[in-house]
Design a protein around this ligand. Structure first.
Ligand code: GLN
Length: 199
């Protein structure tokens, strides 16, 4: 089974671990560079991107993760993890920094202007079956994508109609929502397949 790390500095680490185990990965928490070296892929959980950004520096993981991403390591980021993968962040804190892996502009806390959480059905291209029951918690959405970015999912109803909430660029995958919170393992299975294909 592919070794998939979960960046375990802050956020909903346990839920991603459980989802990845169910999807057949050999799952390991990653807090140190040596642990990153031992995995084939990384998941950046939901949480708070400003905090994750700070902890990435404190744990001296920034350069190692940048290097692995440049070397083609697959990464999946949900919510705060999506923000950490974005090349450009609107409404971010001035000191927050991500890995800039995906050529996209995300707006932080985009759904959270009036309500902190929001739910909608979202169909993901490449994932068979029913739409995801997507849960957004102070979530970002994607405002612009570069030519190399594939849009995998958009909201199709309600006040956020048309907003991009799932993207992929090469081996990098990001969602605004949290499949790890709803017991739907299809997105983690999609990612583990991507990791297998990349190995
Ligand atoms: N609002 C958070 C941030 O800016 C993301 C929220 C989440 O991950 N559920 O990082």
């Amino acid at each position: 089974a592919p070794a998939v790390g979960v960046l375990a500095l802050q956020g909903d680490v346990r839920e991603h671990v459980a989802a990845l185990v169910a999807a057949g990965a050999d799952v390991r928490p990653v807090r140190r560079a040596a642990e990153l070296d031992a995995v084939d892929a990384l998941v950046i959980p939901g949480g708070e991107s400003t905090t994750i950004s700070k902890l990435v520096d404190i744990f001296e993981l920034r350069e190692p993760i940048d290097k692995r991403i440049a070397g083609g390591m697959p990464v999946y980021g949900s919510c705060a993890g999506m923000i950490m993968l974005a090349a450009r962040v609107l409404d971010g804190r001035p000191d927050q920094r991500g890995f800039a892996g995906i050529d996209m502009t995300v707006r932080r806390n985009a759904f959270g202007r009036q309500v902190d959480s929001f739910e909608a059905p979202v169909r993901i291209s490449g994932v068979a079956g029913d739409p995801f029951h997507a849960v957004f918690i102070r979530a970002p959405w994607v405002e612009r994508v570069g030519a190399g970015v594939e849009v995998l999912g958009t909201v199709t109803e309600g006040p956020a109609d048309g907003r991009i909430v799932a993207v992929r660029q090469g081996a990098l995958l990001a969602t605004s929502f949290h499949p790890e919170l709803t017991g739907d393992r299809r997105l983690h299975a999609y990612f583990v397949d991507l990791v297998r294909d990349t190995r």
